[in-house]
Design a protein around this ligand. Structure first.
Ligand SMILES: Cc1cc2nc3c(=O)[nH]c(=O)nc-3n(C[C@H](O)[C@H](O)[C@H](O)COP(=O)(O)O)c2cc1C
Length: 203
C-alpha cells in the first residue's frame, strides 16, 4: 500500500449561502484532513463555474485553473441538495466539465434531502458508471433541521453515518488509488489500459 496521502476533492454543490450541504461537506473534509488525506474543497458558491459549453470550456481560464486540482484527486466527495429528485445544476455543471478525469476514481456522495435522496444518489452513481468511476455502495443523505441546524451536525445518527463514510473513503479510496496507479503503469488489459497513453503524455 502506498504511503503517499490520499488526494480528495470535496465539492460543495449548493449555491445557497446558508447551505446545509456545505456544513456536512466541510465537516467530512476536516475529518479526512485530520487523517492521512490531502483535502481540497471546491465550493461552487465561492468559485463559480460558467455553464458548460463544449466549444469554450476547454479554453476558459477558470476551467484551466481548476483542471489540475480535479486531475490530482483520487476521490471526489460530492455534496448536493436534492432538487426535484435530482442533483443540483451546480454539481451537474461541475461533472459535465470534468467527466474525463473520473476514470478509475471514487465518488463518495452526500445528499441533503427531505426524502432520503435515493434518486439523487442513484443519479450520481449513473454519472460514475458513465465516466468509468467507482462509487461507494451507499450515499449519505440527511435532512436539514433534523440532522443539521445552525451550521452544525446535531444528530447522533448522522454523526455515525459520517464516521462510517470517512472511514470508507480512506479505505476504498486508498485501494482504488493504488490499483489505478498500478494499472496505469502496468501492461495488463483492463479498463484503465486506454488511459495509459494519455497519462504518459500528461506527465
Ligand atoms: C428548487 C428546489 C427543489 C427541491 N426539490 C426537493 C425535492 O424534490 N425533494 C426534497 O426532499 N427536497 C427538495 N428540496 C429541498 C432541498 O433539497 C433541501 O432544502 C436541502 O436541504 C437544501 O440543501 P442546501 O441548504 O445545501 O442548499 C428542493 C429545494 C429547492 C430549492
Amino acid at each position: 500500500m502506498s504511503n503517499s496521502p490520499l488526494n480528495v476533492l470535496a465539492v460543495v454543490g449548493s449555491l445557497n449561502k446558508t447551505s446545509v450541504t456545505r456544513v456536512v461537506v466541510n465537516r467530512v473534509a476536516s475529518e479526512l484532513a485530520a487523517g492521512r488525506c490531502r483535502v481540497d474543497i471546491l465550493d461552487l458558491l465561492a468559485e463559480p463555474l460558467e455553464l458548460y459549453n463544449p466549444d469554450s470550456a476547454y479554453s476558459s481560464a477558470t476551467v484551466l485553473a481548476l483542471q489540475a486540482r480535479v486531475q490530482g484527486a483520487d476521490v471526489y466527495v460530492l455534496g448536493t441538495p436534492d432538487y426535484h429528485g435530482s442533483i443540483s445544476s451546480a454539481l451537474k455543471n461541475f461533472l459535465d466539465h470534468f467527466w474525463h478525469e473520473f476514470t478509475g476514481k471514487l465518488f463518495a456522495t452526500i445528499v441533503a434531502s427531505h426524502e432520503k435522496g435515493l434518486t439523487v444518489t442513484d443519479q450520481l452513481r449513473t454519472v460514475a458508471r458513465q465516466c468509468y468511476a467507482w462509487s461507494l455502495p451507499y450515499g449519505v443523505s440527511f435532512m436539514d433541521g433534523e440532522d443539521v441546524r445552525d451550521g452544525e451536525v446535531i444528530s447522533e445518527s448522522l454523526k455515525q453515518r459520517l464516521e462510517m463514510f470517512v472511514r470508507d473513503v480512506h479505505v476504498y479510496g486508498r485501494l482504488l488509488a493504488d490499483q489505478r496507479r498500478m494499472d496505469l503503469s502496468g501492461r495488463e488489459a483492463g479498463f484503465m489500459a486506454r488511459l495509459r497513453e494519455r497519462e504518459s503524455t500528461d506527465t
